[in-house]
Design a protein around this ligand. Structure first.
Ligand code: PHE
Length: 330
């Protein structure tokens, strides 16, 4: 019995099997346990001898099981370690960290340029009334910009179509000299590769005595040089806005062009970057300023457009697609 028991124990290949063997020998109905019970039925003088032998057997079997158990445990933990093997010298998994949107970054850059020139940043409501968005800006009823097809109306209110109403709000709540910029979202019914129904503008307004086109040009040229490079120049082309007279389209010269020409520049060597002009006397009138005394310039630019020119982006819709491959470039 002893030899057979020890052989079985030795042959066990895992802990479960070993436990079964233990039960079959030492469990309540185990072979050794049964033998122990049988002692009672032996003649009295044989009992001590048999008891001794069985106790020794039991001890030996128990010891063998314990030893085997330790061995199997070690083997099993080695198998687990091999299965779930971890190389602690490998570099950790890098987590992607997000960052601000390219338009936010561009806007921040534009703001800091004008702040460095002494302009204050002010904001206005995105839901405007017709008076601030159009009438006060000398934009008469018949002007195409007032067509329902260009604007989003909500009863008597509308989503502002430009940031120029903030000119009106600023002048009505302050006295010259005024030097402000006003960034924010504007809305138009337009959608293609160069237009979004919601985009970002930065308005500029400077009002004082004796403000001239020279001040306007100097300010915007400094701005263009800080955004695009110190070698850049700007030019003013005559244009029309109801709220400025004269009005200009402002172009920036191309950067250094290589043999293939100026990639982002088209054929003329100039890129249109913004609209501007001298504040129209009628605008001063609508805010109660003396148009004989005060003069000023104003400008408005599309932040998406500036970013597209600076980074050579072809489709404005890339800004709102949330494609990480695009966003990660900034
Ligand atoms: N508000 C004009 C636009 O949205 C831009 C502009 C602002 C032009 C100020 C002149 C002066 O097109």
């Amino acid at each position: 019995l002893r030899e057979q028991a020890l052989r079985e124990i030795n042959a066990a290949t895992d802990l479960q099997q070993l436990e079964k063997i233990r039960v079959s020998l030492l469990g309540k109905k185990g072979t050794i346990t049964e033998q122990m019970k049988n002692i009672a039925s032996l003649p009295v003088h044989e009992r001590p001898g048999a008891g001794k032998i069985l106790n020794e057997l039991k001890d030996a079997v128990q010891r063998a099981i314990e030893q085997k158990k330790e061995m199997l445990k070690k083997i099993e933990s080695q198998i687990i370690a091999r299965k779930y093997w971890v190389d602690v010298t490998l570099p950790g998994a890098r987590r992607n960290v997000g960052h601000r949107h390219p338009i936010s970054l561009m806007l921040e850059e534009i703001e800091s340029i004008f702040v460095s020139m002494g302009f204050k940043v002010v904001e206005g409501p995105e839901i405007e009334d017709v008076w601030h968005n159009f009438d006060a800006l000398n934009t008469p009823e018949w002007h195409p910009a007032r067509d329902e097809h260009d604007s989003f109306y909500i009863n008597d209110l509308l989503l502002r179509t430009h940031t120029s109403p903030v000119q009106i709000r600023t002048m009505m709540s302050a006295k010259p000299p005024i030097a402000i910029i006003s960034p924010g979202r504007v809305y138009r019914r337009d959608y293609d590769a160069t237009h979004l129904p919601m985009f970002t503008q930065v308005e500029g307004l400077y009002v004082d005595e004796n403000v001239s086109v020279g001040h306007l040009k100097y300010t915007l040229e400094r701005f263009a040089q800080m955004v695009f490079g110190s070698e850049r120049k700007i030019r003013l082309r005559p244009s029309f806005f109801p709220f400025t007279e004269p009005s200009f389209e402002v172009d920036v010269s191309c950067g250094i062009c290589n043999g293939k020409g100026c990639q982002a520049c088209g054929y003329t060597g100039w890129l249109e970057i913004l609209g501007a002009g001298m504040v129209h006397p009628n605008v001063f009138k609508s805010v109660g300023y003396d148009s004989e005394k005060w003069t000023g310039f104003a400008f408005g630019m599309g932040v998406e457009r500036i970013a597209m020119l600076k980074y050579n982006i072809k489709d404005i819709r890339d800004f709102v697609k949330n494609d990480k491959r695009f966003l990660e470039k900034f």
